[in-house]
Design a protein around this ligand. Structure first.
Ligand code: M6R
Length: 364
């Protein structure tokens, strides 16, 4: 049932404050009360962590990698499951591996899980469908509690996966003693803010998203740029746009711009820059200058501090509330999802059932 919404995707985008609150309720409690939250994975002892998944779930995992490395000082090996399963990665049996899957049935992700299990690693599964094969075969299951996701383009499952990964990374950091008790409290406080800030953003950005989407719907190609955790988010933005609007899009690390993609820049290709005012902001601004100098049209997605700090002429700047670094990927997902959704509406595509795609990919 779509309620008052035109599509399941729209409904699922607007449900995010509620479902994330539900997921966080489960995990924050766990972080605060038990450092050994992750029965099945002893984060204090493992030498490294492997993560694998497909599509959007993989991009959530990439953001998770930044968190596990930064907060828990754990080395993370990550790859898309279709590569991971065949790479013959020298993994230590003392390590743990986490597989992320909304459906819990994705063939390559399941094969990667079985491969790691055979090698003796402890297996964690971050899933939405807790009755799934991936959940059944894991040693530890971390539900994302997003409720059924019907739209083929993943939205609320992505941000719930991020919420769970953030909670696990904080739990791991606590267990490994790589952050102080005060830092844990601070990170947890930030996480708890997500539903409120999401609600505030969803209530306010619709008009500018519609205007920008009309512009995007006239384009053949769109480039997304970001640094740090905004880099996987740039790839997620591009994936979302291509899968439902069929407009060609690429997500790049902003620092890679001069290593190739800058050759594409002209007045016909909008560049969507995801840049919260974090430690990378100034570097990303200098990449934007390079785009502007070549006549590129920039759509900047930043926060209040970033908007005040960047003096650049953009085609448009979406200004989000300034939030702590750990929750920025969840908040910045919203304009990314809505831009794809509204662009697809202008293109007249089948938003919930895009051509050639299935919700669950159970063959290799
Ligand atoms: O069910 P899963 O999370 O394992 O699915 C993985 C991908 O197939 C999925 O995320 C796909 O990329 C989505 N259509 C993206 O919106």
């Amino acid at each position: 049932n779509k309620g008052n919404h035109r599509h399941f995707m729209e409904k699922e985008i607007y449900e995010q404050p509620e479902v994330i609150a539900h997921a966080l309720d489960h995990y924050i409690n766990v972080i605060e009360n038990r450092a050994d939250m992750v029965s099945g994975i002893d984060f204090a002892r493992i030498p490294s962590l492997a993560i694998s998944a497909c599509g959007t779930a993989y991009l959530a995992g990439l953001i998770g990698k930044y968190w596990f490395e930064r907060y828990a000082r754990l080395t993370v090996e990550i790859d898309v499951a279709s590569e991971f399963r065949y790479r013959e990665i020298p993994l230590s049996p003392q390590s743990a591996a986490i597989f992320i899957s909304q459906s819990g049935e994705t063939a390559d992700t399941l094969a990667s899980l079985r491969y790691c299990k055979e090698l003796g690693l402890k297996i964690g599964a971050i899933v939405n469908a807790c009755e799934s094969t991936i959940a059944r075969e894991a040693d530890a299951v971390f539900p994302i509690l997003a409720g059924p996701e019907i739209g083929v383009a993943s939205t609320k499952a992505f941000t719930c996966q991020l919420a769970v990964l953030a909670a696990l990374a904080i739990g791991a950091a606590k267990a490994r003693g790589t952050v102080t008790e005060d830092e844990v409290q601070e990170l947890v406080r930030s996480l708890a803010e997500v539903p409120r800030v999401m609600g505030q953003v969803l209530n306010s950005i619709q008009p500018e998203i519609e205007f920008l989407s009309r512009e995007l719907s006239k384009c053949r190609d769109v480039l997304y740029l970001g640094r740090g955790t905004s880099f996987p988010l740039a790839m997620e933005g591009a994936l979302k746009l291509k899968e439902i609007s069929y407009i060609h899009a690429e997500g790049y690390a902003a620092g890679e711009l001069k290593h190739g993609p800058i050759a594409l820049i002209d007045e016909n290709m909008p560049v969507i820059v995801i840049a919260p005012h974090d430690r990378f902001f100034d570097k990303t601004v200098s990449n934007m200058q390079e785009v502007a100098a070549r006549g590129g049209r920039i759509i900047l997605i930043t926060d209040e501090k970033g908007a005040a700090a960047s003096k650049l002429d953009t085609m448009h700047t979406i200004v989000l509330p300034a939030v702590d670094e750990i929750i920025a990927p969840m908040i910045f997902s919203l304009p990314i999802q809505l831009l794809a959704y509204h662009t697809a509406l202008y293109m007249g595509t089948d938003v919930d059932q895009p051509r050639n795609l299935a919700k669950s990919v159970t063959v290799e």
